[in-house]
Design a protein around this ligand. Structure first.
Ligand code: LLP
Length: 428
């Protein structure tokens, strides 16, 4: 392992990003050097941090029939997918595009599960022909369409039904998915009838049950509550003669952005599995779909200060990363720590850290005390999840480059987009 030395000062989120001799390092690489070589904005990931996050789940599920399906929407860069596939993960996908990405890194289709409320017939055909391990079906009409498509293809689709357990994940409303008002899954009270219908359709084979209650969950209670409700349902479904081989508890475990204290994955799973055993379901295959908790704290985004703009009400620190690179603050008012790569011995001023995009919503951090000058480099922390994968070309801004660090080694895993790439598919 390539943890920075004990004399270093770790930052919230990941022990793999820390100051050493006044320099922000990721593993054994100075972030300033990477910015010099590859320019900014630049995403940098710690391989050790990703593998350490995965190891916590693997410890938690050790000795069980289990499958960790990385929810690749969190960050679908090929190098990250390859790293996780090689470390034993399957994938949770939500589109034909994500399926192609998984296959591009040699993922085993049997370890892929296909989630999402709006799978098209074409995506279903593609997934059936590839032989994905399970379709997580989210509505009755989807059951019927999948049955028809499977029969047309001469296949039987392995399915689980995504049950909406009506549990409050106590997170941001945009990323809460397990409540009645959400578009996801089939309501708990309708699930038994849906299973009976699925079991009667010749193009489908019931293999499991699925739920996912939200994202950035920092408490244990919603997981336990969802588990109880799902196990109640498994009992009633099996009473009707439909066996449930695997139970998929979804993803959603939060990370530390700003002093958040989510349970550790291994501790959480020790408690959940104890409950599973106590209820007599310890023999089932346990599946999970973590995204953010595997990659979120492993990544940072380096950005350069362009201008300092003092104002009557606010001071602005204008940087070269923007909402197109880091959309979470604009979308969810999300908090990311922002720290200098080389802290100065200077008095701090309170700034709103903003990008160059022409929208007032283009901010990365509000009211941040920083002692900085134009040309200084800042790191936006905990940017490994839902940043690059949600980035856009708004304002004709090419997407940033990405670098993977492993110990003292760094390699570019995505080249910076060139401006001329952006209109390649257009005609004037
Ligand atoms: N499984 C399903 C069916 C999901 O919908 C999601 C995330 C996951 C697994 C992975 O959840 P995670 O472990 O990453 O929490 N863009 C938002 C998060 C959206 C999450 C959507 N679903 C954000 O940046 O906070």
């Amino acid at each position: 392992m390539s943890l920075p030395t004990s004399s270093s000062t770790a930052l919230p989120g990941s022990p793999f990003v820390a100051y050493q001799n006044g320099q922000l390092m990721i593993e054994q690489v100075a972030l300033r050097d990477l910015a010099g070589q590859h320019g900014t904005p630049l995403f940098v990931y710690s391989q050790a941090a990703i593998l350490a996050a995965l190891a916590a789940y693997q410890r938690g599920l050790a000795g069980r029939k289990s499958l960790i399906c990385y929810a690749m929407k969190a960050n679908s860069s090929l190098a990250i997918l390859k790293l996780l596939a090689d470390a034993g993960c399957g994938f949770d996908i939500v589109s034909g595009g994500e399926l192609e990405r998984a296959l591009a890194v040699g993922a085993d289709p049997a370890r892929i599960i296909f989630s999402g409320v709006g799978k098209t017939r074409q995506e279903m055909r593609q997934a059936l022909q590839t032989g994905v391990g399970c379709f997580n079906v989210e509505s009755l009409p989807e059951l019927d369409v999948l049955d028809a498509v499977a029969r047309e293809c001469g296949k039987v689709a392995p399915i689980s039904i995504r049950v909406n357990p009506n549990v409050d994940a106590k997170t941001h409303p945009y990323i809460s998915t397990g409540l009645k008002g959400n578009k996801f899954g089939i309501a708990h009270e309708d699930a038994l009838a849906a299973y009976q219908r699925a079991a009667a359709l010749p193009g489908l084979k019931v293999v499991g049950i699925d739920c996912h209650i939200g994202s950035q969950i920092t408490e244990e209670a919603p997981y336990l509550e969802a588990m109880e409700r799902i196990l109640d349902l498994v009992t009633s479904i099996e009473k009707t003669g439909i066996p449930i081989h695997h139970i998929d508890f979804g993803g959603g475990l939060g990370i530390n952005y700003n002093g958040d204290t989510p349970p550790a994955a291994d501790a959480l799973w020790a408690r959940l599995l104890a409950r599973l055993d106590a209820r007599g379901f310890g023999d089932r295959t346990v599946m999970i779909e973590p995204g953010r908790s595997l990659v979120g704290n492993a990544g940072i985004c380096i950005t350069e200060v362009q201008y300092l703009k003092p104002g009557e009400q606010k001071n602005f620190c204008i940087v070269d990363a923007a909402m197109n690179d880091l959309p979470r603050p604009a979308l969810y008012e999300a908090f990311h720590q922002i720290v200098p790569l080389q802290p100065r011995d200077a008095a701090a001023t309170t700034y709103d850290v903003v990008g160059p995009v022409c929208e007032s919503g283009d901010w990365l951090g509000r009211d941040r005390p920083l002692g900085v000058q134009p040309g200084d480099l800042l790191a936006v922390l905990s940017a490994g999840a839902y940043s690059m994968s949600m980035s856009s070309n708004y304002n004709t801004r090419p997407r940033a480059a990405e670098v993977m660090v492993n110990g003292a080694e760094a390699r570019v895993i995505r080249a910076r987009e060139r401006v001329q790439d952006l209109w390649q598919l257009e005609s004037a």
